[in-house]
Design a protein around this ligand. Structure first.
Ligand code: SAM
Length: 452
């Protein structure tokens, strides 16, 4: 049951349309996956998985999963980063940003990482994704998800949007603000979102969204695109938020979302703000997802007093003989790449990355560390570059060793030689193992295993 405040507000705004717009085609929350283009195409995915999928209207890599009993999080392809399990309408905003390989992209509110994964896939490994999460615990989950998806060129931050705006003004071609919101589109999926909901929360989220949007405006370069989205229906966080932003930021122009799904934003939700609100987009529960609001904006000129970032380049890359010896044998395509050394850690950082005084959780790929004079590879090296590993133990979905491997067990080696190897499923990297005496010792991090 929606709260009294919600129902009274929406009935007043929608009149007789209330029942129809909030009526969903099924009683169960909509479920879906977004296929990771860094791993395979949507067509390949459909042909390979054994569960039923249907095309999603909300994004080119999205699929609906009608069977609620499919355990998506335990599927081997999930471990291999072939898909992100995502509420279907939540996959819509990232694609509106029109990200191209080579862009510099900022996702300001990124955890747990569904939209960041889509942005990274659109970059195809070229350019830079700065993926930020304000909450430290959620930032760790974001880092793990981007690692699982094999993203090689992300900078994962745990920062405030204001500090990022100070450090990187005018730096990005694309910025996504998927704002912390009152979550009215989550009522069916997460009943606690309904229990916590009230007018005060809506007002608080609207204020937060406003601050984040102002920081986003500073981060964007001239001609760059900003997408603002929420998974709520509250006018203060949606149409009114965009109207107020356009008033504060005349350097921005509202663009049409250019999509067929959902419905146009609504005039009677704009409060005092008069603008072409029909260019914004709403996905109501009756449109097939749980609910989203989106606006697409272009920055046509600099804001008042704005200057571009004056960035210092990273310190010259170092060499690490232990990494070099390991890479030459196991990852020869990576051996000549410049590395960044941080204490005993070896990182393959994106070349675009400037030196930054921000709270960084991950810069590029953690290749591994030097321990007692030897290089020990990290899980991330295998998820990002496992296909390039010269020593591989290749499993298939039907291989009886697969379930054991995902539980963290040792398996028989059929092809891999002694030493470090990458274990794959249908060619997709699952992680690293160490072969000795015909067995592959499992190095899948404990937290990622299929237990219970
Ligand atoms: N984009 C994410 C995805 O697709 O997986 C979902 C983001 S969720 C809607 C909003 C995020 O904003 C939450 O992870 C929340 O912790 C974060 N957040 C909370 N307060 C914030 C603040 N003051 N500034 C920036 N982000 C904040």
């Amino acid at each position: 049951m929606p709260t009294e405040y919600f129902e009274a507000r929406e009935r007043a705004l929608l009149g007789e349309r209330y029942e129809a717009l909030y009526a969903a085609p099924s009683e169960k929350p909509a479920r879906g996956v977004t296929v990771n283009r860094l791993r395979m195409t949507r067509e390949e995915f459909c042909a390979r998985v054994e569960f039923a999928v249907e095309p999603s209207p909300f994004c080119s890599m999205g699929l609906l999963v009608p069977d609620p009993t499919v355990k998506l999080g335990r599927h081997p392809y999930h471990h291999a980063g072939a898909f992100y399990s995502q509420e279907p309408s939540a996959s819509a905003p990232a694609e509106l940003l029109d990200v191209r390989p080579g862009h510099k992209v900022l996702d300001l509110c990124a955890a747990p990482g569904g939209k960041s994964s889509q942005l990274a896939a659109a970059l195809g490994g070229e350019g830079l994704l700065v993926s930020n999460e304000y909450d430290s615990g959620r930032a760790v989950i974001l880092r793990q998800n981007l690692e699982r998806m094999g993203v090689p060129n992300a900078l994962v931050l745990n920062e405030t949007p204001e500090r990022i705006a100070k450090a990187l003004p005018g730096y990005f071609d694309r910025v996504l603000v998927d704002a912390p919101c009152s979550g009215e589109g989550m009522f069916r999926k997460e009943p606690q979102a309904m229990a916590q909901h009230n007018q005060g929360l809506v007002e608080h989220c609207a204020e937060l969204g406003r601050e984040i949007l102002d920081a986003a405006a500073v981060c964007l370069t001239e001609g760059g695109l900003l997408v603002y989205s929420t998974c709520t229906f509250a006018p203060e966080e949606d149409e009114m938020q965009v109207g107020a932003f356009l008033e504060r930021h005349p350097e921005f122009e509202l663009l049409d979302c250019g999509v067929e799904y959902g419905c146009a934003g609504e005039k009677n939700r704009c409060g005092e703000f008069q603008y072409a609100v029909e260019k914004t987009r709403r996905i109501w529960p009756c449109n097939g997802g749980e609910g989203h609001f989106m606006a697409r904006l272009r920055k046509n000129s600099r804001g008042e007093g704005e200057k571009d970032a004056r960035l210092k380049p990273q310190k010259p890359a170092k060499t690490c003989k232990e990494w070099y010896a390991f890479a030459k044998q196991s990852f020869p395509t990576l051996a000549e790449m410049p590395v960044t050394l941080l204490d005993d850690m070896v990182l393959l950082a994106p070349p675009e990355l400037p030196a930054l005084k921000l709270h960084i959780l991950r810069a590029g790929v953690l290749a591994g560390s030097v321990q007692k004079g030897r290089f020990v590879p990290a899980h991330h090296l295998f998820t990002a570059f496992g296909a390039q590993c010269t020593n591989r133990e290749e499993l298939t979905l039907n291989d009886e060793r697969l379930a054991g491997w995902l539980r963290g067990e040792e398996i028989d080696a059929h092809a891999a030689q002694n030493g470090w190897c990458c274990v794959t499923v249908d060619g997709l990297p699952l992680g690293g193992g160490k072969v000795s005496g015909g067995r592959v010792k499992n190095h899948l991090p404990k937290a990622l295993r299929n237990l219970g």
